[in-house]
Design a binder for this molecule. Sequence first.
Ligand SMILES: [Zn+2]
Length: 223
Amino acid sequence: MQQILKGLKQFQREVFPHHRKLYEALSTAQEPRALLITCGDSRVVPTLFTQTKPGDLFICRHVGNIVPPYGGPYGGVSATVEYAVDALHVKHIIVVGHTDCGAMRAVLHPEKMAGLPNVAGWLGYVSAARDIVEALYPDAPEEEKLHQLTERNVLLQLKHLETHPPVAVALARGRLSLHGWMYHLDTGDVDSYDPDTRQFVRITFSDEDAATGTTPAEAGANA
Ligand SMILES: [Zn+2]
């Protein structure tokens, strides 16, 4: 806790004053560009790997970057999606899975969830992805299965997103794009789902992008 309080002190005394105008402008309104849904894993820090500022991203984080299909009991993820799309009018929703995800590992090894009934129940929303991986890669090594499951889970949750009426309507109106990303903890790389090739493709940048600050080419902008 001491470390957290030390950080708070540093933020209030050094960081906040440096960005005072931005924080003041954001103190009464927000207009985020995107809803980003990712895992609660402490190693995944979206504002760090996208270098975004306060106000840029509406973020939903929990175990396994899951979006339950529409129609279940009222839940935080459904409310977040509805608010982001219909109230904040975000133009993009990005579902971000990551390497070495403990949630995905638990899906492959349900015995890890003994004594964790809420986690086990929640990860039931990954069942279809797990069944696909077990059907297509029954003899694959553990790490390959984990990689495949993490990617398939991102795709499954994108499908679930489309069952939510606000998302379905915004997609039909052409004012919303869905994106599936895979973040690599060990390199900082991000793979983006390309619906044309039906594969995750590394997002790369040319030297020109870096030099000019122009928008980089992004593989699979729309999942
Ligand atoms: Zn995770």
